[in-house]
Design a protein around this ligand. Sequence first.
Ligand code: CTP
Ligand code: ZN
Length: 155
Amino acid sequence: MAKENKLQVEAIKNGTVIDHIPAHIGFKVLSLFKMNDSNERVTIGLNLPSSALGAKDLIKIENVFISEEQANQLALFAPQATVNKIESYEVVAKLPLSLPDTINAAFHCPNTNCITHDEKAVESSFRVITKVDDIQLKCKYCEKVFSREIVADSH
Ligand code: CTP
Ligand code: ZN
């Protein structure tokens, strides 16, 4: 697989490589990094062939290192992704991804009547609920339960 990647998307000098993202989740993952104002080079591979996943997305962000919070959010969408820290062209670390118990201040509650929309000082907070393969988020304030897709889309 390493050979495949190296042929498909150029190696980077310093930064973060997020590999083994399930196909079609790449754009969502990219939005977690809020790269809108950044001038760093980002290379994206979508629907790359992967022996493990069939097809995968891959994101390389130069000179940006993933925070623990971002790793937690990433775990929600792509728990099997691998996050590689690159320094001087070498993989110096592979960060473990673990599903967090709670996600704070990352997403808006999809319930428009939720107090988190009225009180600007109240940060959103969701408890992560896992049911077999399905991940749901329960708002700490209105106690409504949403699929992770719905929460992510009301970003
Ligand atoms: N990579 C990169 N730039 C570098 C070094 C590595 O973009 N200078 C990328 C590789 O292309 C790969 C990922 O970082 O997508 C991880 O590299 P490596 O650990 O060498 O690959 P694998 O052995 O395939 O890793 P794993 O099986 O753990 O995912
Ligand atoms: Zn709510």
